[in-house]
Design a protein around this ligand. Structure first.
Ligand code: PRT
Ligand code: ZN
Length: 293
């Protein structure tokens, strides 16, 4: 085996979106995992100095195929694209960004009372496979018009009665006189892998995943420091989860302690309110960079 061949075998090849809504978050995830990309000249491929990884920049629609064919070992892609393309790629981890829903939308003034409304209608979408599955599941036949972009204008120009498109804030639908009536799929970016990774790629993936999980945990938690009067200490400590249990240190001022803990983003405001109510002061909230339990 030539040294060149060996060096290419030992890298984990990842496919990410070349530009678009997943690009920034995908690159940020790699950076937060301590992986420094050396930007390729034409940005089709990048290498890394400090992790055996090679990054391919592709259209998101092509990523499932590249992973199925093992051109890339792993990839970052929206679940919506993954399920629509129906390729053999295994989901390894949900990444918590690129969140959206694939929704059915109709004219704002239509009286919509349920999926039966769709029977015999013309539905414009870029997701014919997922829409067909949805119609079959509900036993409602309809005509699917596949279009690749600007789906939201289809009803206005008489191309369709209904659309099924991705929605995040809902403002595109609103601006086009449409309302969201059903959710076909909830989606977010996921890390996928080829079905049969080699042992070395599997080992590198485990290493990468360990870092991803530490980054995700850190993003979902905050480090909280506060001052508590000692007579309220046990009540305040009881409100805080902490990784094992909160850290309590005496302050220079008699009768007060400093309490340190980690709070989940989800419960954050509830707990902070309770802490204040119980007499906590000088509450500082600090982002966590990595969190390994
Ligand atoms: O060039 P390439 O093929 O790679 O990119 P693309 O144009 O096909 O995809 P891109 O970059 O638009 O989206 C990439 C992925 O981001 C999608 O496959 C989803 O997984 C995810 N995502 C998250 C979204 C949205 N949110 C989203 N809101 N993709 C598209 N939209 C569009 C939607 O189609 C509609 O036009 O945004 C509009 C609606 O947004 P709101 O906020 O007005 O509701
Ligand atoms: Zn695309």
């Amino acid at each position: 085996m030539s040294p060149y061949y060996l060096s290419t075998m030992e890298k984990l090849k990842i496919a990410i979106q070349k530009s678009g809504r997943l690009y920034d978050d995908s690159v940020k995830l790699l950076k937060d995992c301590g992986i420094d990309l050396k930007n390729g000249v034409n940005k089709l491929k990048a290498e890394c100095d400090n992790f055996p990884m090679e990054i391919y920049f592709l259209r998101d629609d092509d990523i499932p195929q590249y992973v199925e064919d093992a051109v890339a070992d792993i990839g970052i892609v929206g679940e919506n694209v993954l399920y629509e393309k129906n390729k053999k790629a295994v989901i390894v981890e949900q990444l918590g960004f690129g969140k959206c829903r694939l929704s059915v939308a109709v004219g704002r003034n239509e009286s919509y009372e349920g999926v039966e409304y769709l029977r015999g209608k013309r539905i414009a979408t870029s997701y014919p496979v997922l829409v067909q599955q949805y119609l079959d599941k509900h036993g409602v036949p309809a005509e699917i018009q596949e279009i690749s972009g600007s789906v939201e204008i289809a009803p206005g120009i008489g191309l369709a009665d209904v659309i099924v498109d991705l929605v995040s804030s809902g403002s595109t639908l609103f601006m086009n006189g449409l309302k969201e009536v059903e959710t076909v799929l909830r989606s977010q970016a996921v890390l996928v892998r080829n079905e049969q990774l080699g042992a070395e790629q599997q080992r590198l993936l485990e290493k990468f995943l360990f870092r991803i999980r530490a980054v995700k945990k850190a993003r979902n938690n905050k480090y909280v420091l506060l001052n508590a009067p000692n007579d309220k200490l046990s009540e305040i400590v009881g409100m805080l989860p902490g990784m094992k249990s909160p850290t309590v240190l005496p302050l220079a001022e008699a009768g007060w302690s400093s309490v340190h803990s980690v709070i989940s983003e989800n419960d954050f405001w509830d707990i902070i309110e309770k802490l204040k109510g119980a007499g906590a002061q000088g509450i500082l909230v600090v982002p966590i960079e990595k969190m390994i339990i």
